[in-house]
Write a protein that binds this ligand. Structure first.
Ligand SMILES: *[C@@H]1O[C@H](CO)[C@@H](O)[C@H](O)[C@H]1NC(C)=O
Ligand SMILES: *[C@@H]1O[C@H](CO)[C@@H](O)[C@H](O)[C@H]1NC(C)=O
Ligand SMILES: *[C@@H]1O[C@H](CO)[C@@H](O)[C@H](O)[C@H]1NC(C)=O
Length: 355
């Protein structure tokens, strides 16, 4: 007997046995009257079933034993608004697995083993506003991964293994306001990653290995109010990279990066401090990683010293140039004087001759 037939029989059986004075529900589930709310969390369910009533609005299948989601496996739950599938053992979702769930607003797939998002996994999810894919095994976001998700406002991809984001990966999700990519394996932010996310307000990138943020990558984000780049591998930053953000106010977190404390870094932070729309909220917590003699010191504390060496060099150069200039002026003056003296000497002679 296949697991799904097994489950169907279970369902029917429990319906019969529980009908009567007790509210009818499925075995290992709890339900609210009229079955709009069904909670089957922790119910040992191993195959997705399509026999829930079509007026169900909230279906909790978390902490079960589901491994695959075949096409159309949830049947015609036209009214379903919340579907919780977290902490199962789902490895793959067929294209169209959620087709017909046209009212679905929240889909939680966190804590599974999903390694890739098929091209059409989100087919039919035009109303979805909140998608949680945290704690899976995603390694890359392909172009068009979030196609069909026109209404998506929150996307949680934290704690996966994402090292690659292809251009246009977020192409379909133009309404996105919060994007969580914390705890992944991103090494660089390349232009084009976020180019269509005009509504994005929160971008969480904490705990990746980002060492390079290309100038311009944050420029297409006119609504960005919060950018978390803490605990990455940044040793420096281009002034223009953050300046390119055009939102009225953006709060930025940069703690836990291995900052290379030199005059260049001081200049960047000094210039950013004067930009009124950008707030470096954790500036006081930034620590130097290099050079060795400054390791562990607070950036804010050594900030004033970083350009001292350069200032001295500049001073020496200036003084040298000044001395050269003064010397040449004096030399010129001297030679002019000696020329004049000769003129004086010859003067009376000429006068004499004229006479
Ligand atoms: C759903 O059922 C599980 C197991 O019975 C329970 O632990 C959980 O609290 C329930 N969820 C809600 C939201 O009531
Ligand atoms: C799930 O299966 C385990 C092991 O077979 C069993 O101990 C547990 O009682 C089952 N839980 C439910 C809700 O049926
Ligand atoms: C989940 O799947 C993996 C392999 O696919 C298996 O080793 C593991 O036992 C499964 N866990 C559960 C709770 O079924």
């Amino acid at each position: 007997m296949s697991p799904s037939t097994h489950w169907l029989i279970f369902l029917q059986y429990s319906f019969m046995s529980l009908s009567g004075p007790v509210q009818a529900c499925y075995k290992a589930c709890t339900c609210l009257p009229d079955l709009k709310y069904i909670n089957c969390s922790g119910g040992n369910i191993s195959a997705a079933v399509s026999s829930f009533p079509s007026n169900t609005e909230h279906l909790d299948l978390s902490r079960n034993l589901l491994t695959t989601l075949p096409p159309g496996c949830f049947g015609a739950l036209w009214g379903l608004k919340v579907l919780l599938l977290s902490t199962n053992n789902i490895t793959s979702m067929a294209g169209g697995a959620f087709v017909n769930l046209q009212s679905l607003q929240k889909l939680d797939l966190s804590g599974n083993q999903i390694g890739a998002l098929g091209d059409a996994f989100a087919l039919g999810l035009g109303s979805l506003s909140h998608l949680v894919l945290a704690r899976n095994r995603l390694t890359a976001l392909e172009s068009g991964s979030f196609r069909n998700l026109d209404g998506l406002a929150r996307l949680d991809l934290s704690a996966n293994l994402i090292g690659q984001i292809r251009a246009g990966a977020f192409g379909g999700a133009t309404s996105l306001r919060r994007l969580h990519l914390e705890g992944n394996r991103l090494r660089a932010l390349e232009p084009g990653f976020f180019s269509t996310l005009h509504a994005l307000e929160v971008l969480g990138l904490r705990g990746n290995t980002i060492g390079r943020v290309e100038p311009g990558v944050l420029a297409p984000l006119p609504s960005l109010a919060f950018l978390d780049l803490s605990f990455n591998q940044l040793s420096g930053l281009h002034y223009k990279t953050l300046l390119a953000m055009r939102a009225p106010v953006t709060h930025v977190l940069l703690e836990g990066n291995p900052w290379h404390c030199d005059c260049e870094l001081q200049r960047v932070f000094h210039k950013l401090a004067r930009v009124r729309r950008i707030f470096l909220d954790d500036y006081r917590d930034l620590r130097c990683s290099e050079p060795a003699e400054l390791r562990g010191r607070a950036v804010a504390e050594v900030d004033g010293e970083l350009c001292v060496g350069e200032t001295v060099t500049v001073l020496i150069l200036t003084v040298t140039v000044l001395i050269t200039v003064v010397a040449s002026v004096i030399m010129a003056e001297k030679s002019k004087r000696s020329g004049e003296a000769k003129d004086e000497e010859s003067g009376p002679l000429e006068a004499y001759c004229d006479h």
